[in-house]
Design a protein around this ligand. Sequence first.
Ligand SMILES: Cc1cc2nc3c(=O)[nH]c(=O)nc-3n(C[C@H](O)[C@H](O)[C@H](O)COP(=O)(O)OP(=O)(O)OC[C@H]3O[C@@H](n4cnc5c(N)ncnc54)[C@H](O)[C@@H]3O)c2cc1C
Length: 323
Amino acid sequence: MSKNILVIAESREGAIKGITKEAVGAAVQLASQLGGEVHTMLLGDAELATELAACGGAKVLQAAGDALAAYTPEAWTAAVSSAIEAGDYALVVTGHSYQAIDFFPRLAAAYDAPLVPDVTAVTIEDGGLVFTRKVMNGKLDARTVPVVEGVIFASLQQGAFPVQEATSTATVEEFAVDLAGVSVRKVIEVREAEKGDVDLSAADIIVAGGRGVGDKDKFGVVFDFAEALGAAVGASRPPCDSEWVEHERQIGSSGQVVAPKLYFALGISGAIQHLVGMRGSQCIVAVNKDPNAAIFQEASYGIVGDLHEVVPALLEAVKEARG
Ligand SMILES: Cc1cc2nc3c(=O)[nH]c(=O)nc-3n(C[C@H](O)[C@H](O)[C@H](O)COP(=O)(O)OP(=O)(O)OC[C@H]3O[C@@H](n4cnc5c(N)ncnc54)[C@H](O)[C@@H]3O)c2cc1C
């Protein structure tokens, strides 16, 4: 059985993404236990090969060419397939990003192989790989053991694997990909989403509401409390998806990253995608009616209770203190 691991890199704004560095670190640790090598694969961004090589692993497979200049699921699938054919891999990993959600299932389906998405831990038990992932809205951990002879695909959750200090620098090898015969869509333009008017990065205090607030009308309590504190209003993803508040208020892996002096998390469970956007806050106060909510593990202060009782009481206290 092969023991090597292939990591598919992602870049953004001219740099290797943090989620890729996390994946390389996890792969290097795993490969050392398996007794295999880590190869990383860079598609399109030839100038980032040195940065990727410094993340660790044995070699960087650098695939360039016009068809790889911009991401497309067809070209990425074909290029990674070529690397899998040329190498001998037990596991192919990447960060669990929108890009991975787009092309990894296509790749796994092409190999009729298992895909374990959004993995939070990988261990080796009885010589086999055991993947842990969150289920039931993050309340339970599911252990997945793919029972196959061939390659396994897994995408790793952002923030679940710390970036490791590299102990070696990989060698860079050009990897030729033949995309003749592959029908690749043409990318005409890549547009960044507009940032909008809400800039949470400058706020000293943020009051953020989550799904636990209940609905759009009830979100008024979050705005009232924020106003009394002179704070900005943020949100986890569900209130933005449900259009209770504007999308630019979203904090987390697909929203803004903030680090205020004081962060109130009201009715927010503490999913990793939210935590990566706010765990740099100096002081975190969480209000949640579930005493086992993950947010309490990050909080400096935790209040177990119904936010619609707790926040009005806090609001009164703030008003009183301010005279
Ligand atoms: C690729 C990807 C990107 C993502 N990006 C982001 C992102 O950028 N930001 C983000 O936030 N999420 C993101 N998510 C979603 C994330 O996984 C979680 O689903 C989300 O953060 C959960 O939001 P929540 O905590 O508000 O809701 P829930 O997880 O539903 O939690 C609601 C909480 O409110 C509590 N509650 C309910 N009623 C009350 C009450 N009356 N008083 C007090 N507490 C109450 C509950 O106990 C619960 O803990 C992303 C997911 C994926 C797959």
